[in-house]
Design a protein around this ligand. Structure first.
Ligand SMILES: [Zn+2]
Length: 173
């Protein structure tokens, strides 16, 4: 296993810890998400924000929550995260070079009226999306990975934590 693989697993494990913080409900999964960014580009990635299902009010999803938490960081908070922050710092610029780690494939359909996470991820111009496990057809047919790829987001399936991601996701079912 390469050093990069180790790093990706490390961030997916953090996402898994987030997923364990979800309050389980029978009608949705427990998912965790981590957003990482690097600035300057050759520095080590830092965690920009984390999120989990229903963390923010409403039937919210992990990926959307991580994105909104990243966007709610103040410039001062953002600067503290980065080893060498630039003079002007825009969270949208950081997001456009950010990586997402999610324990389960981002959703492509939402019945609640909120934007699907795949769409939110594309809109934020996230660079790469690392996924722990595909979404099973328990509720809807998910085409998140396909949608991301079609929009130019690099999708990477991480090997090794599929069972754990799925078990945590299905808590309460
Ligand atoms: Zn979602």
């Amino acid at each position: 296993m390469s050093q990069d693989d180790d790093e990706h697993l490390k961030f997916l494990r953090i996402a898994l810890e987030e997923a364990k913080r979800c309050v389980p409900i029978p009608t949705a999964f427990c998912v965790g998400c981590v957003l990482t960014a690097r600035y300057p580009a050759d520095s080590s990635p830092v965690v920009l924000a984390t999120g989990y299902s229903r963390e923010l009010p409403g039937n919210t999803h992990a990926e959307a929550n991580a994105l909104s938490k990243a966007r709610s960081l103040s410039t001062e908070e953002l600067c503290k995260l980065l080893p060498a922050p630039p003079d002007t710092l825009n969270v949208e610029d950081l997001l456009s070079s950010a990586d997402m780690y999610t324990t389960m494939e981002p959703c492509s359909v939402r019945t609640s009226g909120l934007a699907p996470c795949a769409d939110a991820t594309i809109a934020a111009r996230i660079r790469r999306c690392f996924i722990g496990v595909g979404e099973p057809d328990d509720f809807v047919k998910c085409e998140g990975a396909q949608k991301l790829r079609a929009a130019g987001v690099e999708v990477i399936w991480i090997n090794g934590l599929e069972q754990e991601c799925l078990e945590v996701a299905r808590r309460g079912h």
